[in-house]
Structure formats: structure tokens, C-alpha cells
Design a protein around this ligand. Structure first.
Ligand code: 5GP
Length: 188
């Protein structure tokens, strides 16, 4: 069986990447598996353990680092996030195209380790628009929004290493663009 693709999918917080991805994941032709990350951040309302993330303590996360369980891991704003390696490997061996929704620090680590990975970066139309979306979401305090905007500016600068860049103006168009990128890569 052909090994599945490894797909790195990134973009600044608030850019709409989860909304786009939720639609992309519905497309069964793409044969995708979503890699559930581990994080030390607290769950947001509606988030489920084992579905959105594996929510763990800092001690548990550090133990997993020590045991070399991560394909990549990074500190983002004030929390740790990491991709458990075992699931990714198992699903790819089963022919699934595994998608990692991770930040740019993690994306760079994976691109360096796996040069054949497909990397997609979702960009905001502008930084002002991103701030508006983050504030409108209302899930983070102003101070955290500011940190996420600063982080976004750094991420956009380092995103040049990604193979594909999709500017998210209209969600439906971005979904189609991502689907087409993946279809092309699957045929390649
Ligand atoms: P959030 O707290 O909004 O869910 O995620 C914050 C950032 O961390 C997002 O850019 C998200 O893509 C990223 N992220 C989520 N999981 C991982 C992971 O396993 N590794 C890395 N490096 N970043 C992650």
C-alpha cells in the first residue's frame, strides 16, 4: 500500500484555518486523518478531550518530551503543543493522508525532518482584519489577543518556507483551493 501524505497545515490564530479544515475533512475522496495534538492549554467551551486535543498537565507534557513521543513540539504563547508521533506513523502506513494543524515553529521542524511533507499556510487578508476576527471571537482576553497578533506577524514572516499560501478572503474559496492542492499532491 502507498504510504499516505504528511500534510502540514498552519496559519495565524484567528485566520479561520479550523473553519476551512472542518470543511476539507468532510471530503472523503481526500482520505484524510486529523492528527490530534497534545496541549497544556485549558479546553475552550465545546472542545473535547481526545477529539480537539489531548489536554494534559505541564508535567505530563514534559514526560512525553522526555520519552521522545513527539514528531514535533513547540511553546506557543504560554502553552505547550505537540504532535504525538505514533498516530501519525500508523495512519500513514495505513494509507491515510495525515494532516497536522500546527504552528509555524512546529511546521518548520516537520519540514526539516520530512522534506516530502506537503505544507500549506493560510494567510489573513491583513493584520487589521486578523485582530478584528480575534477580538470578535471573544474567547481570549485583550492581552492574549495582543500576544496572538504579535505571534501572527512573526508567523507570516517565517511562512515563506511553506510550499502553498492561501489567503483566506472567502471561506468557501479557500476550502476549494485547499481541496485542489491536496488532490494534485495525491495524484503526484
Ligand atoms: P489554539 O490554542 O488556538 O488551539 O492553538 C494555538 C496554535 O497552536 C495554533 O496555531 C495551532 O495550529 C497550534 N498547534 C496546535 N497543535 C499543535 C501542535 O501539535 N504542535 C504545534 N507546533 N502547534 C500546534
Amino acid at each position: 500500500m502507498k504510504k499516505g501524505l504528511l500534510i502540514i497545515y498552519s496559519g495565524p490564530s484567528g485566520v479561520g484555518k479550523s473553519t476551512i479544515l472542518a470543511e476539507v475533512l468532510k471530503n472523503e475522496d481526500l482520505n484524510l486523518a486529523f492528527s490530534v495534538s497534545m496541549t497544556t492549554r485549558s479546553p475552550r467551551e465545546g472542545e473535547q478531550n481526545g477529539v480537539d486535543y489531548f489536554f494534559v498537565s505541564k508535567e505530563e507534557f514534559e514526560e512525553a518530551i522526555k520519552n521522545d513521543e513527539f514528531l514535533e513540539h513547540a511553546q506557543y504563547v504560554e502553552n505547550y503543543y505537540g504532535t504525538p508521533r505514533a498516530y501519525v506513523e500508523k495512519m500513514r502506513e495505513n494509507g491515510k493522508n495525515v494532516i497536522l494543524e500546527i504552528d509555524v515553529q512546529g511546521g518548520i521542524q516537520v519540514i526539516e525532518k520530512c522534506p516530502d511533507a506537503v505544507s500549506i499556510f493560510i494567510c489573513p487578508p491583513s493584520i487589521e482584519e486578523l485582530r478584528k476576527r480575534l477580538t470578535g471571537r471573544g474567547t481570549e482576553k485583550e492581552e492574549v489577543v495582543n500576544k496572538r497578533v504579535d505571534q501572527a506577524q512573526r508567523e507570516i514572516m517565517t511562512s515563506k518556507i511553506y510550499k502553498y499560501h492561501v489567503v483566506n478572503e472567502v471561506v468557501e474559496d479557500s476550502v476549494n483551493t485547499v481541496v485542489n492542492i491536496l488532490k494534485n499532491e495525491m495524484g503526484a
